[in-house]
Write a protein that binds this ligand. Structure first.
Ligand code: ASP
Length: 439
């Protein structure tokens, strides 16, 4: 059994947290490949080392004195090293970093040092080998991941190493220049390592006990999702349920490797298991609820639209020509609605309306702004009669007016559009009917 274990920034923010991490790793022989983030926040208004590094580099670029800030970063590591009682000195590393900053090594290089140094400290503490991610994770010059080279190099490197620490978040171009993933990208590194070594499990350790059925800012103490499929997760993350970097699921999904989201501060909890498919019955009919505000809907009406071949394509091409992607497209016989992100749409609104008039000569175009979309997601819905009915009766009882409904034929999710001001009430009503009332 081989596991890749990735630890997020808050799991490695202090010596205390490092001790918890080491205890977790040592508790299971199979936890052999470790991917650390940079030290995160120790308390609510603390600053992440990654953010300090970005600030420091920006200052260096403006010709400012970076010494005080770099010293502050160094002291974060010193504190950890001291707290762990290690005989490790990072002075040499910080000297190189200062020189590289002065030489203009780039923002990505700067940010990557957070993970690089944390990897060195963690490897030293665990007695594992340190593998610099620059030697095993590769990007193309355009910034996209070089998937084949990465997989090959990671596999080659790790097959001969029984235990290793590979820092998250960065890799390099063919010429050695350091590149990073987008923020939170250590999740992607963990997933790539898991695929390359054909891991049995990718454990992603963070500071929450898994994915929650609903946003805790709206529902107090929501239930944890015990198991979720990749497709359900994709639907929920698209609607804003964050925990895992969006791109982290693809490498492991292809290989059928499950991801287990775990809590470093509560290792006894099982967290959430993310799998390709499962016959485990979900605890509730729905797996999760997520949503986002800030959408606008454009309704296009034209008599006999249904028999006009190419109507939908012509309308959508107007959006395409204006560089707008659409989110949803519910339709009726003589009407179609295009749901877009309001912030992007407003700037191009008049061009789009003119474009639709030219393209299809509609009878009416109407717009509705400040909409929120709520996705009710669950593989369990397919086998349960009356789910949609329950959603709508819950919303009616809560006096929420439903503006739009969209259910894919996969029956994996139902999307409901409501006014932004009804967003929280709607989520609470749906949560109550499917979760609270079932406990
Ligand atoms: N340290 C990086 C960030 O703060 C990457 C990560 O933690 O995954 O975004």
């Amino acid at each position: 059994m081989k596991k890749v274990v990735k630890f997020g920034g808050s799991s490695l923010a202090s010596a205390e947290q490092f001790k918890k991490v080491a205890a977790i790793i040592k508790a299971e022989e199979s936890r052999r490949y470790v991917v650390p983030s940079a030290p995160g926040k120790r308390f609510a208004d603390d600053t992440k080392v990654t953010d300090m590094l970005y600030q420091c580099y920006d200052l260096a670029e403006k010709g400012g004195d970076i010494k005080p800030l770099l010293d502050k970063i160094e002291s974060r590591y010193h504190e950890i090293i001291l707290g762990l009682g290690l005989k490790l000195n990072l002075d040499g590393e910080f000297k190189v970093i200062a020189e590289q900053f002065a030489a203009g090594a780039g923002r990505d290089y700067a940010a990557s040092r957070g993970e690089y140094l944390n990897g060195i400290v963690l490897a030293n503490y665990l007695g594992f080998e340190f593998v610099d991610a620059a030697e095993v994770i590769f990007f193309h010059a355009n910034g996209t991941l070089n998937v084949d080279k990465t997989d090959k190099m990671l596999h080659e490197c790790l097959k001969s190493r029984e235990y290793a620490v590979i820092p998250g978040f960065y890799g390099s171009l063919d010429d050695g220049t350091i590149r990073t993933f987008s923020r939170g990208g250590s999740d992607v590194t963990g997933s790539l390592v898991a695929r390359a070594i054909h891991a049995d499990m990718y454990e992603n350790w963070t500071d929450v006990s898994g994915f929650l059925v609903a946003d805790p800012r709206i529902i107090s103490n929501p239930e944890v999702i015990e198991s979720i499929t990749y497709r359900e997760l994709r639907e929920l993350s698209y609607m804003g349920a964050g925990v895992l970097h969006e791109e982290a699921i693809f490498p492991v999904r292809k290989e059928g490797i499950p991801i287990n989201i775990r809590n470093t501060n509560a290792p006894e909890e099982k967290g959430t298991l993310i799998v390709e498919s499962t016959c485990r019955k979900p605890r509730f009919t729905i797996t999760g609820i997520a949503g986002r505000k800030g959408f606008a809907a454009i309704n296009v009406d034209k008599d006999m639209m249904n028999s006009e071949i190419g109507f939908g394509r012509k309308v959508l091409s107007v959006f395409e020509e204006n560089g707008l992607s659409f989110e949803h497209m519910p339709s009726g016989i003589d009407t179609m609605t295009i749901v877009v992100q309001q912030a992007e749409f407003v700037e191009k609104e008049q061009q789009v309306i003119a474009g639709i008039h030219r393209a299809v000569q509609p009878d009416i175009i109407e717009m509705e702004s400040d909409l929120a979309l709520i996705a009710v997601v669950g593989r369990g819905m397919k086998a349960t009669r009356g789910t949609v009915g329950r959603i709508f009766s819950a919303l009616a009882h809560a006096r929420v007016n439903v503006k739009m409904i969209d259910q894919g034929s996969s029956e994996l999710n139902v999307i409901v559009g409501v006014k932004s001001c009804d967003f929280e009430t709607a989520i609470r009503a749906i949560y109550d009917i499917f979760v609270t009332s079932q406990l």
